[in-house]
Design a protein around this ligand. Structure first.
Ligand code: MG
Ligand code: ZN
Length: 222
């Protein structure tokens, strides 16, 4: 019974996600779904990323959390439109579902927006299962989390198009073995690009920004 119910929920979500995809295509906006465990540094990466994209790429953000508007309060300072979703209004979901993203997107004027970033709820499990109608999926893993995360949460690493390895500025103080995590990521998703960076020092950001800009360009001419 329970398995059936989960399948039904996912198929309803998939239908809604396809509608979102059509809507975003008409708006010519690239939608990026950013996922990670809590505290990996999604918001910090976005603060620095948005600054580097402006004014060239018009960006808007949807932030999902179970509670608080802390992340939206930080991101609004970059000057781009931000909508916060607090999932405790929807039963405290630990992921964003397609219809929730669609409601939030309708609060934004996307006519001149080229990039819509969705900061998903911090969780490496179910956000990987819920299509929100995005074009690109990104997983952020920080070097404080341990090298085995890609093996423990393989679905997340399989469905993503790129991985960001964050907090590299901390590597000298940790026992974290970077080569092992890279090997583990490749085991799950062999050709996925991995960008090593630090949201604190902004080291490694240029390759990530270049990749992202290229994705936005591709969407514009789709
Ligand atoms: Mg955050
Ligand atoms: Zn969930």
């Amino acid at each position: 019974m329970e398995v059936k119910l989960v399948k039904k929920v996912l198929s309803v979500n998939d239908t809604m996600a396809q509608q979102n995809r059509q809507f975003f295509l008409e708006k010519k906006v690239l939608v990026l779904n950013m996922m990670s465990s809590p505290g990996a540094g999604k918001t910090a990466i976005l603060e620095k990323t948005i600054k580097r994209l402006l004014p060239e790429i018009k960006t808007a953000v949807i932030v999902g959390d179970i509670c608080t508007t802390n992340d939206a309060d930080r991101l609004i300072k970059t000057g781009v439109p931000v909508v916060q979703i607090c999932t405790d209004q929807f039963g405290g979901d630990c992921h964003l579902a397609a219809h929730v993203v669609r409601n939030a997107a309708s609060d934004l004027n996307l006519d001149h927006v080229q990039l819509l970033i969705v900061e998903n709820v911090g969780n490496l499990v179910c956000p990987a299962e819920f299509d929100i109608g995005e074009d690109v999926r990104i997983v952020v893993l920080s070097v404080t989390e341990g090298e085995d995360k890609p093996l423990k949460y393989p679905l997340m690493f399989r469905v993503c198009d790129a991985a960001l390895l964050n907090k590299t500025d901390l590597l000298p103080y940790l026992d974290f073995d970077k080569e092992t995590v890279l090997k583990n990521i490749r085991q799950i998703h062999p050709d996925m690009p991995v960008f090593e960076l630090s949201a604190k020092t902004e080291e490694g950001f240029s390759d990530w920004i270049e990749w992202l800009k290229n994705e936005v360009e591709k969407k514009r001419y789709e």
